[in-house]
Design a protein around this ligand. Structure first.
Ligand code: G3H
Ligand code: 13P
Ligand code: ZN
Length: 309
C-alpha cells in the first residue's frame, strides 16, 4: 500500500466521532514504536515530521523509515509535514513524497496567511497532496520560538469560513487553549470548547486539528525527576478533554511531547539502574517499547481510532 492522504481518514473520523493520532517522528525507534502499536490496534495513522526532525534525521532517511513501516504494517499511513513555515519547505516535502503538509501562517496577518496558504494549496492539490492551515496562535515552545500563555490568541470563529473558502485548505488547526511542550497550563487546564463548537457550526463536516495535545502523564515526569531530571510543574491536557474534542469536529490530534517524555523517562531510569551498560540497544529497546505503550494507550483510550484502519 502506498502512502495515503488524510481525506478518507478524516471523513470516517468525523462521522465516527473519533480522531486520528498524528505522532511526530525523529528516528527509527520512534517510527517503530508508533507503528507497532497502530498495527496491533489496527489504527489509521499520521506520522509527522517537523522542520527540526528533517534537519536532524534527513528527509530521505525519514521517508525510507516510513516506507518500511508501511511495508511492515500494511496500514493506511499519511506522512505529514508539521508546521511548515514557508512555501519552500512545503514544496520540498511535496516534491519529496509526503502525502500531506501543514503551512503554518498563524503568525502572519490574516490576509498574508490566506495568500501563503493558498499558494501551498494550489501547488499541493495539483500533485494529489492535502494541506492543513492554521488560524489562531498556540502558546508554548515550537522550535526556537516561545509564545507565552498571555500572547496566545484563540482562533476567531468569525474568520474561519473566509479562510477555508479563500485558501481551499483540507483541514484547519485552531487555538482553543492547548499549547506546545510539557508546560501547558500554569493553573487549571481550560479549553475553549465554546469556540470549537462555534467553528464546527460554521464549518459543518470540516476536519479540525488540535495541536499541543500531549497529556504529560505524571508518571513520566516523576520518573524523570527521580532520576536526575528537573521538570517541576510539567502539565498537559487532561485526557477527557481530548476525548471530548475527538467526539466533536477534531479529526487529528497532534502528540509529540508525550513520546519524548516516555522515551526520556525510560532511558533515565535504565541508565540509573544499569550504570555498567553501554550498548545503545539495551536502552533504546525499552524506550521503543515505552513509545509503543503510550501510543497504544492514546489510540484505544483517547483517540478511539482502534480497529478503524
Ligand atoms: O509542534 C512542534 C513539535 O512538537 C515538533 O517539535 O520542532 O522540536 O521537532 P520540533
Ligand atoms: P505536544 O507538544 O503537546 O505534544 O504537541 C505536538 C504538536 O502540536 C506537534 O505539532
Ligand atoms: Zn503543533
Amino acid at each position: 500500500m502506498p502512502l495515503v492522504t488524510t481525506t478518507e481518514m478524516f471523513k470516517k473520523a468525523y462521522e465516527g466521532g473519533y480522531a486520528i493520532g498524528a505522532f511526530n517522528v525523529n528516528n527509527m525507534e520512534i517510527v517503530q514504536g508508533i507503528t507497532e502499536a497502530a498495527k496491533e490496534e489496527n489504527a489509521p495513522l499520521i506520522l509527522q515530521v517537523s522542520a527540526g526532525a528533517r534537519k536532524y534525521a534527513n528527509h530521505t532517511y525519514l521517508m525510507k523509515l516510513v516506507e518500511a513501516a508501511i511495508e511492515e504494517t500494511n496500514l493506511p499511513i499519511a506522512l505529514h509535514l508539521d508546521h511548515g513555515d514557508s512555501f519552500e519547505i512545503c514544496k520540498a516535502c511535496i516534491d519529496g513524497g509526503f502525502s500531506s503538509v501543514m503551512i503554518d501562517g498563524s503568525h502572519l496577518p490574516f490576509e498574508e496567511n490566506i495568500k501563503l496558504t493558498k499558494q501551498v494549496v494550489e501547488y499541493a492539490h495539483e500533485r494529489g497532496v492535502v494541506v492543513e492551515g492554521e488560524l489562531g496562535r498556540l502558546a508554548g515552545v515550537e522550535d526556537d520560538v516561545n509564545v507565552s500563555e498571555e500572547d496566545a490568541i484563540y482562533t476567531d470563529p468569525d474568520e474561519v469560513e473566509e479562510f477555508v473558502e479563500k485558501t481551499g485548505v483540507d483541514s484547519l488547526a485552531i487555538a482553543i487553549g492547548t499549547s506546545h511542550g510539557a508546560y501547558k497550563f500554569k493553573g487549571a487546564a481550560k479549553l475553549r470548547f465554546d469556540i470549537l463548537e462555534e467553528i464546527q457550526r460554521r464549518l459543518p463536516g470540516f476536519p479540525i486539528v488540535l495541536h499541543g495535545a500531549s497529556s504529560v502523564p505524571q508518571e513520566f515526569v516523576e520518573t524523570i525527576n527521580k532520576y536526575g531530571g528537573n521538570m517541576p510543574g510539567a502539565k498537559g491536557v487532561p485526557e477527557e478533554m481530548l476525548r471530548k474534542a475527538a467526539s466533536m469536529a477534531v479529526c487529528k490530534i497532534n502528540i509529540d511531547s508525550d513520546l519524548r517524555l516516555a522515551m526520556t523517562a525510560t532511558i533515565r531510569k535504565f541508565m540509573a539502574e544499569n550504570p555498567e551498560m553501554f550498548d545503545p540497544r539495551q536502552y533504546l529497546g525499552p524506550a521503543r517499547q515505552a513509545i509503543k505503550e503510550i501510543v497504544r494507550h492514546k489510540i484505544v483510550n483517547v483517540l478511539g481510532c482502534n480497529n478503524k484502519a
